[in-house]
Ligand binder design. Structure first.
Ligand code: HPA
Length: 236
């Protein structure tokens, strides 16, 4: 076991879906995987391994924010040998053309976090998705008829920003949405030469605050996003 994951070696597949919410990991295991077995309950950060269409895959919560996902993703990669990591989460749109329920594939992630700056203070080291995963996910989402945007996101340390206008300004520069994890995941993938992608459903819009979703709509779009994530994980 590692410090934050109690799985034994071999209990975690080399492909993993990473929702922020551990209960969403449980939902995916119960609704998408066959023979799912729980491998982690430390801090309630549930993780499961099971079969999806004949392929062994895992799913585990990461918690919210870059410090949290960095801990779990690093242990999954370094201690358990995970090679493909797909984050599935929500994001707030800062692009007037990106609406709630639509999908954003995070081609790149800007960040206001120090997580990368601490290591490279003199460079703007870009955090990018694995192209193969991105390309595969895009085509799967298109085939499922989902409205899909590809572009950069802002991975923010702050959910309740006191300076929302600064974040919104990034929307005028092509950044599509704000979330809180992708940049750290991409940085870890770069360090350890593994593949990572962030797939986000827009849950709220900072430019169209009146846009809303019912609980049922949210469930359907999140379910669609999980299908895109799982199909991308098992594609070759
Ligand atoms: N900001 C950051 N993360 C988010 C948001 C947001 O507005 N919406 C969903 N995740």
């Amino acid at each position: 076991m590692s410090i934050h994951i109690e799985a034994k070696q071999g209990e975690i597949a080399d492909k993993i879906l990473l929702p922020g919410d551990p209960l969403r990991a449980k939902f995916i295991a119960e609704n998408f995987l066959e023979d799912a077995v729980c491998f982690n309950n430390i801090r309630g950060m549930l993780g499961y391994t099971g079969m999806y269409k004949g392929h062994r895959v895992s799913v585990m919560g990461t918690g919210m924010g870059m410090p949290s996902i960095s801990i779990y993703a690093r242990e999954l990669i370094v201690d358990y040998g995970v090679k493909k990591l797909i984050r599935v989460g929500t994001a707030g749109s800062i692009d007037p053309d990106v609406h709630v329920r639509e999908l954003v594939l995070a081609q790149a992630a800007a960040t206001n976090s120090n997580i990368i700056r601490n290591d490279f203070p003199e460079y703007d080291f870009p955090q990018i998705a694995d192209f193969k995963l991105l390309d595969t996910a895009y085509h799967i989402a298109q085939d499922l008829g989902m409205t899909t945007h590809v572009g950069s996101v802002l991975s923010s340390d702050v959910f309740y920003s006191n300076m929302p206008e600064r974040n919104m300004k990034l929307g005028t520069l092509g950044v599509k949405a704000i979330e809180m994890e992708a940049a750290a995941l991409y940085y870890l993938a770069a360090q350890h030469h593994v593949q990572a992608l962030g797939i986000m459903t827009i849950s709220d819009s900072l430019v169209h605050p009146e846009e809303d979703t019912t609980a049922e709509e949210r469930q359907t779009t999140f379910t669609d996003m999980m299908t895109v994530g799982l199909e991308t994980l098992i594609a070759d």
